[in-house]
Design a binder for this molecule. Structure first.
Ligand code: NDP
Length: 329
């Protein structure tokens, strides 16, 4: 069993030396446990935060522990009364080939309904985040203009498409022409702003002439500050993430245009997907329905080789992934 264990707390961008790559025997499940052979590991921006010491919405990964990660795989041995060999499951199985589980926090998935990587993306945590973040926190109304950053990523690709399904205009912000083409031509957003090459403020003015009603923020930083200048009255900003800050080594500056919230009677609300855990089944049903009918498209970016884990994780922070990034061990 190959594993990546957290060896030290990273400073700035993650480095290979922050982990220990170890090999050991495949573990045996005890009574009330089962063994999962991991098929795909989810790479999430949040993993960077889990590596830091200090209080967050989940405890940090301890030094010496297997790096925490969502994963999907097949049960290959079971001494658990409710989980059988051959079933496919999603859980926090970690960056390794095999995991032993008690079933806590584990969900069964059906590989005949959707390919396994989709259960880490559009039918998994990022999909749930997009669904509840947009619909419950962003509260879009038909005709609204919805802007989403990291629009070609796991969460962003779903946000804009749900916005369109709900009768809104969807404007993406993403890095580079290839991503922007994916967002407009494949996903059907109304427009996409390439923030690496365009004047974002000017482009937002052009694409959102009535102002922005909902901003689904995945990146924070400068883009958030620019969006604040283009809000419509009573706009809702969903604070989903701030990936531009996750590797910061100096204090982060707050948005200087925040008084736009006052002028426009607007709000900024943080969301954590786990708060909707008791409604995941409902969201999964609806998202799966849209996937089956072709109204929702999804893309997974599959990297191979467990030993590449540190470099593959970095793709998220370099913007090298399109769609949901997963690693096939
Ligand atoms: P993505 O698949 O969107 O990958 C990350 C993307 O972020 C990159 O591809 C890149 O796209 C963009 N990015 C990276 N660095 C920067 C930067 N410095 N400035 C601007 N954009 C940058 O990841 P996810 O969809 O998994 O996650 C998106 C966001 O959602 C993250 O902030 C994550 O933490 C958050 N999240 C929050 C949850 C919650 O419960 N609150 C749950 C799940 C995710 P580009 O090339 O376009 O720059």
């Amino acid at each position: 069993n190959r594993q990546f264990r957290l060896a030290r707390r990273p400073q700035g961008m993650v480095k290979r030396e922050d982990f220990a790559f170890v090999r050991g025997p495949v573990p045996e499940p005890g009574d009330g446990e089962f063994l999962v052979r991991i098929a795909y590991i989810s790479l999430d921006p949040a993993m960077r935060g889990w590596m830091n010491e200090g209080k967050s919405y989940v405890p940090p990964v301890g030094l010496g522990e297997v790096m925490r990660a969502g994963a999907v795989g097949e049960i290959v041995k079971s001494k658990h009364p409710k989980f059988a060999v051959g079933e496919h499951v999603v859980g926090l199985f970690g960056v390794q080939d095999y995991a032993v589980s008690t079933g806590k926090g584990v969900t069964r998935v059906d590989p005949t309904l959707a390919p396994l990587p989709v259960y880490l993306g559009t039918l998994g945590m990022p999909g749930m985040t997009a669904y509840f973040g947009l619909l419950e926190v962003g509260k879009p109304r038909a005709g609204d203009t919805v802007v989403v950053s990291a629009a070609a990523g796991a969460v962003g690709q779903v946000v804009g498409q749900i916005a369109r399904i709900k009768g809104c205009r969807a404007i993406g912000i993403a890095g580079g022409p290839e991503k922007c083409r994916y967002v407009t031509d494949t996903l059907g957003f109304d427009a996409c702003i390439d923030y690496k090459h365009a004047d974002v403020k000017k482009a937002l003015k052009q694409h959102c002439p009535q102002g922005i009603n909902v901003y689904f923020d995945n990146v924070g930083g400068e883009i958030l500050d620019i969006v604040l200048t283009q809000l419509a009255m009573h706009a809702r900003i969903v604070i989903c993430g701030a990936i531009s800050q996750y590797n910061a080594t100096t204090a982060v500056k707050g948005p200087s245009n925040y008084l736009s919230l006052l002028v426009n009677r607007a709000s900024m609300t943080g969301m954590v997907v786990f708060d909707w855990a008791d409604r995941y089944a409902e969201a999964t049903r609806e998202l799966a329905g849209w996937l089956t009918s072709g109204r929702l498209k999804t893309r997974e970016d599959i990297a191979e080789g467990l030993e590449q884990f540190p470099e593959v994780l970095l793709k998220l922070f370099k913007g090298e992934n399109i769609g949901k990034l997963v690693l096939k061990p």
